[in-house]
Design a protein around this ligand. Structure first.
Ligand SMILES: [Zn+2]
Length: 101
């Protein structure tokens, strides 16, 4: 993976001028503070998918689009969108709710 380093900035934590990572901190300090929050954001199919409502809604849309082709099974659609079969079932439920409203 090739992550472009952020602009050089004085880290709010260690006060060293280093490539900025996030929240005014360099990568080292940020990682120490949020060891579990370094999952990729806005990277569909990547490790640790985002759970924010916007991202979920767009995945539901993707799923609905794939499923609009009747020849695609639920399992296949789930695999294409990168969700589990269980999640696909939840999405189906959600789509039924919205279309019957
Ligand atoms: Zn730092």
């Amino acid at each position: 993976m090739n992550r472009r380093p952020g602009p050089l900035r004085e880290c709010v934590k260690c006060r060293k001028v280093k490539p900025h990572h996030a929240r005014g901190e360099c990568l080292g300090c940020y990682r120490k503070r949020y060891p579990k929050c370094d999952a990729p954001i806005g990277n569909p199919g990547g490790k640790g998918q985002s759970r924010d409502p916007g991202a979920v809604a767009s995945r539901v849309e993707d799923y609905a689009f794939v499923r609009s082709d009747r020849s695609v099974s639920r399992a296949e659609a789930a695999a294409r969108v990168g969700i589990s079969y269980r999640t696909a079932m939840r999405y189906d439920q959600r789509l039924n709710e919205t279309s019957n409203a």
